[in-house]
Design a protein around this ligand. Structure first.
Ligand code: FEO
Length: 395
């Protein structure tokens, strides 16, 4: 399949409706994804990015229907990660001398992955490539989200090929933001930001400020995953700016795992206490052993505060809580508050461990946490309600 975007640009990527896990098994993609590759035909012919390796054969077959590969003058690799560069080795087998434009870090990554000394042309921010009526301008986007990432801007048509930035793991044959369900699009875009770009929020903010200073009019944003932003494309840039600035909603998320329901009952009593004190706050509860971890992360991203709970097990906490704590730490959330809770039988390390995890993750601890022995009785549950009330009061 290919898709005409305008008289010069054609989408030649792959929509992956089957994909449910990305980055190995690490990232859930409930709505599939796409690997967007773009073919520009001006006086020169340019290919921007390729697709993930398993789709190499059909990518090349498709591309050959659009263009004689020998007519491709330049390849631009905005980002060397395999979901965009996977088809490059086979493509280069057919057109081995074609210059590949990418950042100097891109060269390192591509060499590291494919061990080939192709005809690389390193580019920096502000470098341009004249392709006829239009010009391509390169903008490095280091750590958004890899050291090699960059954007390519096409003049006259005013298209920003932004690679991963502004993308979503969202398969849709509609292709454009004004045609898809806006709620689905929003939920995939925010999940993508929370799980991939959040640790680099300071850089996101700076990069957007830099883009604004460059004063490049943007009529369309063509990311490397998901749909193209053509109606009010700056809406996603504005959302990124908001998300990059320690984003939070009036939400508290309670994340726990439980062995014999004691910690679950504590979680629900704490939620009750919170709601008693503040009926407007959106309290959400997730059992980590039953909930997709990337969806939980999206809820953490939206929260002003979180509570982590677990039973004490073998002097530690349940493994699903170890995993989610570590994931939260790596994503470097800003300006969020937190507390710990949990049950125990004898040694009772749960609060200490979860509080340490939260501190290491950069959360501001509120209160001492609450711990109940065995399964909480009515008195214990009332203590949890009281804890919930105090917690929300102190935010
Ligand atoms: Fe879509 Fe960073 O690769």
């Amino acid at each position: 399949m290919s898709f005409i975007i305008n008289d010069k640009v054609t989408w030649v990527g792959k929509i992956d409706w089957e994909l449910r896990r990305f980055h190995g098994h690490e990232y859930s993609v409930h709505r599939g994804s796409s690997y967007n590759s773009y073919l520009i035909r001006d006086e020169k012919t340019v290919l921007i990015d390729t697709v993930w390796k398993p789709f190499t054969e059909e990518f090349l077959e498709n591309l050959k229907k659009e263009v004689d590969l020998n007519d491709i003058d330049y390849i631009i690799i905005n980002h060397a990660e395999i979901d965009h560069s996977g088809a490059l080795p086979e493509l280069m087998r057919e057109i081995p001398d074609t210059p590949i434009y990418c950042t100097s870090n891109g060269i390192k990554s591509l060499k590291g992955h494919f061990h080939q000394d192709w005809n690389f042309v390193p580019v920096k921010t502000g470098d341009t490539l004249n392709i006829g009526q239009n010009e391509l301008i390169f903008v490095e986007a280091r750590m958004l989200h890899w050291p090699d990432s960059m954007f390519t801007y096409m003049t006259n048509d005013n298209i920003l090929f932004s690679n991963d930035a502004f993308g979503q793991h969202y398969a849709s044959e509609y292709m454009y933001n004004d045609l898809v369900d806006p709620d689905e699009l929003y939920s995939e875009a925010i999940k993508y930001y929370a799980n991939i770009l959040n640790p680099f929020s300071k850089l996101v903010e700076r990069k957007i400020e830099e883009l604004i200073k460059l004063d490049l009019p943007i009529d369309m944003i063509c990311p490397s995953h998901g749909i193209i932003w053509r109606k009010d494309p700056m809406q996603i840039v504005n959302l990124y700016m908001k998300w990059a600035q320690a984003y939070q909603e009036d939400q508290i998320t309670i994340i726990y795992d439980t062995m014999w329901e004691g910690t679950r009952r504590m979680a629900e009593a704490i939620a009750e206490g919170i709601k008693n004190k503040d009926s407007k706050v959106n309290v959400k509860l997730y059992n980590t052993s039953k909930t997709d971890k990337n969806d939980v992360i999206t809820e953490v991203f939206k929260s002003k505060a979180i509570l982590l709970g677990s039973p004490t097990v073998n002097g530690s906490i349940l493994t699903s809580m170890v995993a989610i704590s570590d994931l939260i730490k790596g994503l470097k959330f800003q300006n969020k508050k937190a507390a710990a809770f949990g049950t125990y039988g004898w040694s009772g390390e749960v609060i200490k461990i979860l509080a340490e995890n939260l501190e290491k993750a950069g959360f501001e601890l509120v209160g001492q946490g609450v711990r109940e022995q065995w399964n909480p009785d009515q008195e214990g549950l009332e203590r949890c309600r009281g804890f919930g009330r105090e917690f929300v009061e102190s935010l």
